[in-house]
Design a binder for this molecule. Structure first.
Ligand code: SF4
Length: 234
């Protein structure tokens, strides 16, 4: 699940450590980040579609559906005007249809109440159908370059491993603390935060995955509590 948990106040790494980790991550991302269509745009609608599709679905699978869906519904207005059956048909094969229903309901709500413009504020985004704390942060950061934190399963795992290995992302209380860390390490400049957030997610997808930790090639290994503890106990 990408969404879940809210920030609380504890466990923040020292500023210089946070800055160093973020710098390393961004440098690594510049070289190794994948060129994905939703990273080439700042169109809020396109970002939103990608984020909803990526909930519980692999990137490789989303790629085909993403382009097809946008070709059929190129804007929030087009989506709002569509029949529910047409939206479902376009989503067919991607699964978890509640996401399509929420996206459709959201498009209708925003075109009716908000002139068709998605809000850039995470709190306002969270009032929309299907938008939890992660997706709100992702749209605010990736579309509007707002310095907003975001924590999904991958980011939670990476943050816990780097800064607080004792925290268990599946425990609600620990997840709140991980959100707090995510906020504390976020660069203040929105554009820098965009790269930082993308890099954290990419590290969780390519290097520090749920199944494998590729610490030998990890850009933050020297600052990572999990890695350093492991080296000490060898
Ligand atoms: S050093 Fe290893 S455990 Fe730490 S973030 Fe990198 S891959 Fe994950």
């Amino acid at each position: 699940m990408r969404d879940g948990g809210v920030p609380s106040r504890r466990d923040t790494p020292a500023t210089e450590v946070a800055r160093d980790v973020s710098r390393r991550l961004r440098r690594w991302f510049a070289r190794h980040g994948r060129d994905l269509p939703w990273r080439r745009t700042r169109d809020p609608y396109r970002i939103l579609v990608s984020e909803l599709m990526l909930q519980q679905t692999q990137v490789s699978r989303v790629l085909d559906f993403y382009e097809r869906f946008l070709a059929r519904f190129p804007s929030l207005h087009d989506l709002a005007a569509a029949r529910p059956a047409a939206v479902r048909e376009q989503w067919e094969g991607l699964g978890y249809y509640a996401r399509a229903r929420n996206l459709h309901a959201l498009s209708r709500q925003v075109t009716r109440d908000g002139n068709g413009a998605l809000p850039d504020d995470p709190q306002a985004l969270r009032n929309l159908p299907g938008i939890g704390p992660y997706t709100a942060g992702a749209v605010a950061s990736f579309a509007f370059e707002r310095p907003a934190a975001l924590v999904d399963t991958n980011v939670a795992r990476v943050i816990a491993r780097i800064f607080a290995p004792r925290l268990r992302p599946k425990r609600a209380r620990d997840l709140s603390r991980i959100w707090r860390i995510a906020e504390s390490i976020l660069p203040r400049r929105g554009r820098t935060a965009w790269t930082h957030n993308q890099a954290l997610m990419e590290l969780g997808a390519l290097v520090c995955t749920a199944r494998v930790r590729r610490c030998e090639v990890c850009p933050v290994a020297s600052a990572c509590a999990t890695r350093q503890r492991e080296l000490r106990t060898r």
